[in-house]
Design a protein around this ligand. Structure first.
Ligand code: GLU
Length: 493
């Protein structure tokens, strides 16, 4: 077991964005590949953004995706529980720890109390902006003596605690994907570490926790890159060794903009609902921002663990391409046993009122046959309702002019009549009937080729293309076929 420890540290502010799933996945793949530990920590110090149920939703989404953690916050018997030696893993339960550590920084002279009101801060910001400067705190409270500050606090004045940045110092760090980065403290702010509500800011809590939880690698989205120098300053103020950093390229849409809710599905739950397979979604997400050292594109989780490395994570944004996702997911659906796909399909078929629980109990094989007929063509499970509607409609109108033209052929009445005669001679269609019917009709009528197959296809399915005719015949059964032929005879011919 290596000492590698990584963490995924979401804030419970709502749905789980697929970009978050990808961050979690890369943490997981790295930890598993290195024999390390993967931790899930909840960063809930921004109380104004807290959303009820978000933690549960997050854990469920990760479990569904198979991106499971070794330590941190879990759900057991519908309750949130914590496991591991470095807890608590929920920041709002660590307030005593932050208080202890902020005291240390104040004692060392690396942090100070700030009594500036929001109005004052807003005013200096406005002034700086109007002068074309980047707004930052002007250090007004930096020199307030500690004893004096304590008196003001005792007198009930509101305060925050800020980091006292060293003057004009280069802050350097190395990012495994981005390389060396340097920024001077002249361009940085004396950031707030403790807010007036007694909660730490993200910057303070993240550093204290990552240090105390012995996190070795911070793997997170590159929107956090500008925060990293602030974190490095804090590590330096404490005299702690910073972890290694990996900032991941943003997940972009096809227009190379940040993928947002407005463009459709971005929540893990949306994909789950549509019936994407967790293995398909995870396989595809792994490829958004990372490329394997082979041309292979379809991976199981274990294969991803073997292949994954930060060397092949790109610096620039990864494009989330729905069509590619559909293809990858379709490949995973194809690989599955048709019984598994049938079980996945049943809820969608029920929702569409195509089948009932009774059908599931009494005609499972028939449902499986339907599913097998379209399994190869599915990108995600919800699509099945459109793909199989030809089996469930009461009547079948030709879907377009070409189909209509085909069914209006002069040989068609004779052909359909012969088909009806054959059906009337049997109790129910079986494999033998379905396999031999075209031979029989050809012999009986002398009609052959396209003129034989196509009108039957259009009469039964309304379409010129679709699933294999033998399957259509078997699935529809005698009565449905007769109904459809009668409908065509009475209404279309
Ligand atoms: N709580 C931050 C978030 O919501 C975590 C950022 C980090 O990984 O440091 O993404």
């Amino acid at each position: 077991m290596s000492d590698i420890r990584v963490r995924f540290a979401p804030s419970p502010t709502g749905y789980v964005h697929i970009g978050s799933l990808r961050t979690a996945l890369y943490n997981y793949l790295f930890a598993k590949g290195q024999g390390g530990k993967y931790i899930l920590r909840i960063e809930d110090t921004d109380r104004s953004r807290y959303v009820e149920g978000a933690i549960e939703n997050l854990i469920e989404s990760m479990e569904w995706a198979g991106v499971t953690h070794d330590e941190g916050v879990f759900i057991e018997d519908d309750k949130i529980v914590q496991k591991g030696d470095y807890g608590p893993y929920v920041q709002s339960e660590r307030l005593d720890i932050y208080n202890e550590y902020i005291e240390k920084l104040i004692e060392k002279g690396h942090a100070y109390y700030c009594f500036c009101t929001k109005e004052r801060i807003d005013k200096i910001r406005e002034e700086q902006k109007s002068q074309g400067k980047i707004p930052r705190y002007d250090g007004f409270c930096r020199s307030i003596d500690i004893e004096e500050a304590k008196k003001r606090i005792a007198a009930g004045e509101k305060y925050t605690i800020r980091l006292k940045l060293p003057a004009a110092k280069d802050v350097k760090f190395h990012d495994i994907v981005r390389g060396d980065i340097t920024i001077n403290t002249r361009d940085m702010d004396d950031q707030v570490l403790m807010k007036s509500d007694g909660f730490p800011t993200y910057h303070f809590a993240v550093v204290v926790d990552d240090h105390l939880m012995e996190i070795t690698h911070i793997v997170r989205g590159d929107e956090w890159l500008p925060s990293t120098p602030k974190h490095i300053c804090l590590y330096e103020a404490f005299g702690w060794e910073p972890p290694k950093y990996v900032h991941l390229p943003t997940v972009l849409n096809k227009d190379k903009k940040k993928l947002s809710k407005r463009q459709g599905d971005v929540a893990v739950g949306d994909f789950k609902e549509k019936g994407y397979l967790p293995e398909g979604l995870v396989n595809y997400l792994a490829l958004v921002g990372w490329s394997p050292d082979t041309t292979k594109e379809i991976f199981t989780m274990d294969e991803l663990i073997d292949e994954f490395s930060f060397d092949r994570v790109s610096k620039t944004g990864g494009v989330f391409d729905k069509d590619k996702l559909n293809w990858v997911n379709g490949q995973h659906i194809k690989e599955l046993d048709s019984k598994i796909v049938t079980d996945l399909a049943i809820p969608y078929l029920k929702d569409a009122n195509y089948i009932t629980e009774e059908d599931v109990e009494n005609r499972y094989d028939w449902i499986q046959k339907i599913v097998e007929t379209v399994q190869e063509s599915l990108s995600y499970m919800k699509e099945i309702t459109d793909k199989v509607d030809i089996f469930f409609k009461d009547k079948m109108d030709p879907e377009d002019d070409k189909a209509l033209e085909m069914i209006k052929g002069e040989q068609v009445p004779e052909l359909l009549n012969a088909f009806k005669e054959e059906l009337e001679g049997i109790d129910e269609v079986d494999e033998e009937f379905a396999n031999s019917i075209f031979k029989v009709l050809k012999k009986k009528t002398g009609i052959k080729g396209k003129n034989l197959f196509m009108p039957v296809r259009v009469a039964l399915s309304g379409q010129l293309h679709g699933p294999e005719m033998t399957n259509i015949i078997l699935i529809l059964g005698k009565q449905n076929i007769l109904n459809r032929i009668n409908y065509v005879e009475n209404n279309i011919l």
